[in-house]
Design a protein around this ligand. Structure first.
Ligand code: UDP
Length: 337
């Protein structure tokens, strides 16, 4: 493993076979790191682990985690591994608490036992719940409205308390809507089931998915549909690299938003999808989806001032173009992988 890979510094990436995790692994390798992926492959994809070794294992297996950490001696850990479906979290909250909260505690304990102190944690704007206004800054009260958001908030709190007690320092990155794909078309979003707007709209245009249902046209927004802040997955990845080197002066815990500060409505997104693909997006209008806030847009000033982070690829047309290219290549990549 790492020891035989020369002098490249190792980063352990839990959930590195997933969507944001795999894009971050590619970027880590490009920056001279060796990403060692720790993933159950329960939801991640083996074909997306291409830039370093795969260690198949569960976060709940503390002994195995300790062994992997001891062997690869990472300079830090980036922790993506989590369940991320809101609906599923409502149906089975304990599964989310076990995986997302206890899994994070298990990882942090293994890191501390092996003397690895630097953690970058994949968090979410779902920890804010229904915000009092937009844009959302980090001082916004965190009042999640579903077990998924709650599980991520509890994990943040556990890491913050561990940091205050000493031995661990965490940068938590609260993503807004991750979207888009590797501009080279090597990897991209491949959820099963797919519930996200952009892949569903593109697949509807391509004719490989049923017509899109727009969830609600009576939201308190200018065109009545929900507004979200879509961030290109490679912009998210670059923030993780910046976070690895971020100095945390106090308390062992720092959290910031990752969003562009610009919102796009569902109607606007459909129009842009038609423009980028040159095809109509068959769609109909349905009721609101339960728990969907009308608008979620990030205040991104802290990520800029603290991490020097700028979203460079997150123009919605670019997000759609890269996701479209990926969708057309995806079958070849996943078959050959
Ligand atoms: N959405 C929609 N139809 C769909 C899926 C999503 O209208 O089939 C809307 C959803 O209500 C939300 C936005 O698209 O306002 C983005 O949803 P997504 O599930 O992609 O991300 P979320 O914001 O829930 O994390």
């Amino acid at each position: 493993m790492a020891g035989s890979e020369g002098t490249r510094p190792v980063v352990l990436v839990t959930g590195g076979a997933g969507y944001v995790g795999s894009h971050t692994c590619k970027m880590l390798a490009g920056a001279g790191y060796l990403p060692v992926v720790y993933d159950t492959l329960e939801r991640g994809n083996a074909w997306s682990v291409r830039w370093g070794p795969l260690e198949q294992g569960s976060l709940m297996d503390g002994d195995r985690l300790r062994g992997v950490i001891r062997n690869c001696n990472p300079v830090g850990v980036i922790h993506f591994a989590a369940y991320t479906y809101v609906g599923e979290s409502v149906a089975d909250p304990l599964m989310y608490y076990r995986n997302n909260v206890l899994g994070t505690v298990s990882l942090a304990r293994a890191m501390m036992a092996e003397g690895v102190g630097r953690l970058v944690f994949s968090s979410t704007c779902a920890t804010y719940g229904i915000p009092t206004g937009v844009p959302i800054d980090e001082a916004t009260p965190q009042v999640p409205i579903n077990p998924y958001g709650q599980s991520k908030l509890l994990a943040e709190q556990a890491l913050a308390l561990a940091g205050a007690a000493g031995g661990l320092s965490t940068v938590a990155l609260r993503y807004f809507n991750a979207a888009g794909a590797d501009p080279d078309g090597e990897i991209g979003e491949a959820h099963d089931p797919e519930t996200h707007l952009i892949p569903l709209a593109l697949a509807a245009a391509r004719g490989t998915a049923p017509p899109l249902t727009v969830f609600g046209t009576d939201h308190d927004t200018p065109d009545g549909t929900c507004i979200r802040d879509y961030v290109h997955v490679n912009d998210l990845a670059s923030a993780h690299l910046a976070a690895l080197g971020h100095r945390i002066d106090e308390g062992g815990f720092f959290a910031c938003n990752l969003g562009t500060g610009t919102g796009t409505s569902v109607r606007e997104l459909i129009a842009l999808t038609e423009e980028v693909t040159g095809r109509p997006v068959p769609h109909s209008y349905g009721p609101r989806r339960e728990g969907d806030p009308a608008a979620l847009v990030a205040d991104r000033r802290l990520a800029h001032s603290a991490l020097g982070w700028e979203p460079r690829l997150s123009d919605p047309r670019n997000i759609l173009q890269t996701a479209w290219t990926w969708m057309q290549r995806q079958d070849d990549v996943t078959r050959s992988g």
